[in-house]
Design a protein around this ligand. Structure first.
Ligand code: ADP
Ligand code: MG
Length: 339
């Protein structure tokens, strides 16, 4: 037999990559919101139909794209955010892989409208399963609107494996809340099937948390603040009496990015030692700022897991800071109702 290895055509490679990047409508929500933030938008609207199965649309007032960039943005490994490997160690954007739009366009019907401030006319681009079906100039406001319709239209197995609208919408709301909490200065709205679920004006961290959790949250919050050589910590923990059976209200952000890290979660829980009822989990919203050189974000496509150089030091600092904050607010009497 002759040589048998061949390079996969782009649309096949894109579909494979999409399998990693896009698990469900909520993954599309995350990628589009992050792109809007990277485009320096101050106002971001998320519109969703049928829990995102029929439509996920993000409209931003960011810097938009030129005709050429609009077209290029759907190519794999096409990004404006890094130019060299060194840039990976000093990231200050959410994206950098240049994979999201190519992946999404491989498995959905995408319609993009975009315009830069300097351009008279914007660009309309339609792509279905990696194939451009329309590209024309249009009148459209400065910024970008990307509508992702009929997710997994060409992968019935994936489509059939989506959960109920209720479950998928829960995931969509989770992603929306994480991004909205990390960026209080940006105005966000979320509409589902024509109903307004969230309308969050630009705010500070406390106001944003209240906007997301509801007005009752305000009196539950204990501020946490500390600055050391390796980390600046700000944010809030919920008073121990508001600890819950579920872990729903636990948020750690690193450099404005929501992350999952069970080791650091443990540091916070440990700070609550003796203050919690059995089998309850404390609520918290902690914003950590660290030198980008001391973390590695590039270990997973969705970037929710990151690696810290100095995890042990962080653990100790977080634990003692939270403990100190709880002490300052004289949370100790809560111990009474434990007995
Ligand atoms: P990445 O975000 O990793 O660069 P994406 O596939 O998400 O990759 O986007 C590709 C490129 O398209 C981005 O680098 C950016 O230049 C451009 N882009 C995507 N979304 C927007 C947007 N909402 N506004 C302006 N430019 C955008
Ligand atoms: Mg992106």
């Amino acid at each position: 037999m002759s040589d048998i290895i061949q390079l996969l055509p782009d649309h096949v490679a894109n579909q494979i990559a999409a399998g990693e990047v896009v698990q469900r409508p909520a993954s599309v929500v995350k990628e589009l919101l992050e792109n809007a933030i990277d485009a320096k938008a101050t106002r971001i609207q998320l519109l969703v139909k049928d829990a995102g199965k029929t439509l996920v649309q993000v409209i931003d007032n960011g810097f938009g794209m030129s005709v050429t960039d609009a077209r290029l943005s759907f190519e794999r490994h096409a990004t404006s955010k890094i130019a060299s490997a060194e840039d990976l160690f000093q990231l200050n954007t959410k994206g950098f892989r240049g994979e999201a739009l190519a992946s999404i366009a491989a498995i959905a019907h995408v319609e993009m409208k975009t315009k830069r401030e300097a351009d008279e006319l914007g660009t309309l681009l339609k792509i279905e399963g990696s194939e451009v079906t329309a590209q024309e100039p249009i009148v459209t406001p400065v910024g970008t609107s990307i509508a992702v319709k009929n997710l997994f239209f060409n992968i019935p197995a994936r489509r059939n494996f989506l959960k109920s609208d209720q479950v998928e919408m829960r995931h969509v709301i989770d992603e929306f809340q994480r991004v909205a909490l990390a960026h209080p200065s940006i105005t966000f709205t979320l509409h589902h099937n024509g109903n307004t679920l969230f309308n969050l004006p630009n705010a500070n961290y406390r106001q944003r948390i209240v906007g997301v959790l509801g007005s009752k949250a305000n009196e539950k919050l204990v501020p946490v603040n500390e600055e050391t050589e390796i980390v600046k910590i700000s944010g809030f923990v919920l008073k121990p009496e508001f600890a819950k059976k579920s872990r729903g209200e636990q948020f750690i952000f690193v450099n404005d990015r929501y992350i999952k890290n069970s080791y650091l979660n443990h540091a916070i829980t440990a700070a609550f030692e003796g203050l919690l009822r059995e089998r309850t989990h404390p609520g918290y919203f902690l914003f950590l700022e660290v030198d980008p050189k001391t973390i590695d974000i590039n270990i997973h496509p969705t970037k929710t897991e990151i690696k810290f150089d100095n995890e042990h030091d962080l653990y100790a600092i977080i634990k003692s800071t939270v403990k100190h904050s709880l002490g300052q607010f004289q949370i100790a009497p809560i111990l009474d109702f434990q007995r």
